[in-house]
Design a protein around this ligand. Structure first.
Ligand code: F3S
Length: 756
């Protein structure tokens, strides 16, 4: 079973009544985004209108998808919940841990050797708890989700930022941290700040060299990398309906690059065609019956400025191919002379060394067929490629079908490398260099989404530009960044000047999709007998032991671990890079705990005082020394502590190392919630200036922790080294349930107790 038609029918069955009720409480016509949000309220029928950008609302998502890097800690935590099965349909996709080097076959074999224990673990946990498992090589999570699970009007969360890709099939699909996914897997609600809404009206029609990719590259230019923050971007208009479903997926995918909560499109014929082509005629039939609820009310798109917080209009007929980059996805340049000028001025290398086509953003059948039409022309016109060319098909379904249709062979004839159906260079899993840190300055062009420094190949000097797959293919022939395929000619093997015709392709395979072995493993109906084994000596995986509740007595005599100075994001708290390897091993990854935070005393990173012996050392080692001595510690921080990602490791690591409380001027809300979930105290100074009172040798007594209660400040006695004391007040946002999490040691401990 790939998808759950009964679940989808249930979502549709309740939609009419809930949407009508939502329209009544909101008091005006509804956007598509609102219809989906109000149809997925945890409490069922809408009873009140929520304020966009302000109210926190509990939702009930229909599905969860996890990729192999983030699934490890998510599933390790879920195993703590004491459940037999996931409460909501869930899938795990092995796509991030496969390095691109020699080509699909060899690379996949190597990944299966190197990451065997991780894949085995994910496979057996999936089998045990009723989770669909997509094995290494099956495809990239978001392409596989679009082909199998996404459905118009649905709500989904996924432990990857580009989960938003499913908006191409009319979903509200949102990237979350592992802790959120675990809550939903365990049958709890999922909380989200009710998003603001940005409407993008697309007029005109894409043609020639302009692709859906150019639409989102243009939107990124207009809104910038932060412009979509806290908002759902809803696309509509004639240009939207004229576009393929996978093209819509591309646009939604890169909504992550403008910081949007997600993006979506109303249900239309392109989605119906895609559903039918991917063997889901029953979903299309069901969707057709509730069509009017799967798009906004007519009045909304007629007068969008009354219903959206911001409206943008783009005329697709006037849009041309763009290249965005380097180092940021919102820096747009038109192909041709604009690029010559900008590159020369900024010293960007004009010679292109690699063209890469694929990633979850652009690896559909349509993408590969349009790019291959350029490859075919190149072969016929006697051209050869000047840049190396690499292709990552999005899924085995796409790979098999494009091979059957002779599409992949065109690239191969040019000498391209066909990599595994996986993320590969898109996530830095690309063995391009022996020593990437010292590799030379160069330019590459790719059809991926992210292009910040080091993302693809680890080389800080690689200038990566994002473009459509067809332009990426054309640039491979030219070997130049400023090649304009609309006007420029290239010299062929006979010395003649030749020019590309416009790319052509198929939205969907004319002979239908086909696959022999799609890589999906259906879980057992009863997985109770499956034993999940993790070796004690594993470096990468470690079963979790429940956190012990923190006793009130332990909250007296706690010591300062670090007073973080200035910005302290989740990256400062739990760094990425090489540490990603240990994502499934809490003790090992805890060796990166707060190593990026600047100590307010001495302004160095990873250099703090151990009050027990007066010695200075790294944060993790010092924390371990306190832990060994049975002394709980406190982290103090500045404003917006824990901003960045929803990475749960940033809360789990301090908790594991014995930190009992984090006291800051202000929190990034997701991190604050993550601290609560792990059963520790996340507190704020009632008086911000009290931050300045904290000294390096301070001891803290939480004198009234026994009376910890909602809406009641906590009192902290700060004892300085000279014996003097300050008494300061601390605020908190814990409700009754969250105080229970603290009292039980973690939210998962409480769930487990309730399931016992
Ligand atoms: Fe992420 Fe893989 Fe896409 S790395 S951006 S899911 S290709």
């Amino acid at each position: 079973m790939a998808f759950d038609i009964d679940m989808i029918k249930k979502v549709y069955a309740q939609m009419a009544e809930r949407v009508d009720k939502a329209r009544e409480v909101v008091g005006k016509p509804l956007t598509l985004s609102e219809k989906i949000l109000y149809n997925h309220l945890w409490d069922g029928m809408p009873t009140e209108a929520f304020t966009r950008g302000k109210d926190y609302v509990d939702f009930a998502p229909d599905r969860i998808a996890c990729q192999d890097a983030t699934a490890q800690m998510a599933l390790l935590q879920f195993m703590q919940a004491g459940k037999d099965k996931v409460a909501v349909p869930t899938t795990v996709h092995c796509d991030h841990l496969i390095q691109a080097k020699q080509g699909a076959k060899k690379d996949l074999k190597r990944a299966n050797e190197v990451s065997n224990e991780v894949f085995d673990f994910l496979g057996s946990v999936s089998n045990k708890y009723g989770i669909g498992f997509w094995a290494p090589g099956a495809g990239i999570i978001h392409q596989v989700v679009l082909e199998n699970y996404a459905f118009p009007g649905g709500m989904m969360i996924g432990t990857d930022s580009h989960t938003v890709n499913a908006g191409g099939l009319g979903m509200v699909a949102i990237g979350v941290g592992g802790a959120d996914a675990v809550d939903v897997m365990a049958g709890m609600a999922w909380e989200l700040k009710f998003p603001k809404l940005i409407g993008v009206r697309l007029t005109g029609k894409l043609s020639g060299w302009t692709a859906p990719k150019d639409v989102i590259l243009k939107v990124a230019e207009i809104l910038t990398a932060k412009g979509g923050t806290g908002a759902i971007v809803e696309y509509f208009g004639p240009g939207a309906t004229a576009m393929s479903c996978t093209g819509k997926g591309t646009i939604c995918n890169m909504g992550a690059e403008i910081g949007a909560t997600t993006s979506t499109f109303g249900y239309d014929e392109s989605m119906e065609r895609y559903l039918r082509a991917t063997d889901r005629a029953d979903v299309a039939d069901a969707a057709n019956k509730v069509k009017q609820h799967l798009t906004a009310d007519a009045e909304v798109y007629a007068n969008p400025e009354h219903y959206f917080d911001q409206v943008i209009e783009i005329n697709l007929s006037e849009l041309g191919p763009l290249l965005n980059g380097p180092f940021t996805p919102d820096l747009s340049t038109k192909v041709g002379s604009d690029m010559t000028e900008k590159a020369t001025k900024n010293d960007w290398p004009l010679q292109v060394e690699w063209s890469l086509i694929g990633s979850c953003t652009n690896s559909s059948y349509e993408d590969l067929s349009r790019a291959s039409s350029i490859a075919k022309q190149g072969l016929e016109k006697g051209l050869s490629i000047k840049a190396e060319l690499g292709i990552n098909p999005g899924s085995e379904l796409v790979r098999y079908t494009t091979e059957r249709d002779g599409i992949l062979q065109r690239f191969e004839k040019l000498g391209a490398k066909i990599f595994t159906n996986a993320c590969g260079p898109c996530i830095g899993q690309w063995a391009r260099y022996e020593d990437p840190k010292n590799a030379p300055k160069n330019s590459i062009v790719h059809s991926f989404n992210r292009n910040f420094a080091k993302r693809a190949d680890g080389n800080p000097n690689t200038h990566a530009f994002v473009a459509s797959p067809e332009l990426t293919a054309a640039i491979a022939f030219a070997g130049r960044l400023d090649f304009n395929p609309l006007t420029d000619t290239l010299t062929n093997d006979k010395g003649e000047q030749v020019k590309f015709d416009e790319p052509t392709g198929w939205e969907l395979p004319p002979d239908g999709f086909e696959v022999e072995e799609n890589g999906y493993v259906e879980p057992l109906a009863d997985g109770s007998g499956v034993v999940v084994s993790v070796s004690d000596t594993s470096e990468r995986l470690q079963l979790l032991t429940p956190f012990e509740p923190i006793k009130d007595s332990e909250m007296q005599g706690t010591k300062l671990l670090i007073k973080a100075f200035g910005k302290c994001t989740t990256d400062h708290i739990s760094m990425a890079g090489p540490w990603l390897r240990y994502r499934g091993h809490l003790d090992n990854i805890s060796n990166n705990c707060l190593i990026g935070a600047v100590n307010a005393f001495g302004k160095k990173t990873n250099f703090v005082k151990n009050q027990l012996d007066g010695e200075f050392g790294g944060v993790p080692d010092t924390a371990r020394a306190y832990k060994a001595a049975g002394v709980k510690t406190v982290v103090v921080g500045d404003h917006n502590y824990g901003e960045g990602s929803s990475r749960e490791h940033a809360a789990m690591e301090p908790r594991h190392l014995g930190v009992a409380a984090v006291i800051v001027k202000s929190f990034a809300r997701i991190h604050e919630t993550n601290l609560k979930k792990q059963g520790m105290l996340g507190l704020t100074f009632a008086n911000e200036a009290d931050y300045d009172l904290i000294q390096e040798d301070d001891t803290f007594n939480f004198v009234d922790i026994a009376d910890f209660a909602p809406n009641k400040q906590l009192t902290l006695e700060v004892v300085h080294a000279d014996g003097s004391k300050d008494v300061i007040m601390l605020n908190h946002t814990y409700n009754e349930a969250q105080i229970e999490w603290y009292r039980k040691g973690s939210a998962l401990n409480l769930i487990k107790e309730q399931n016992a």
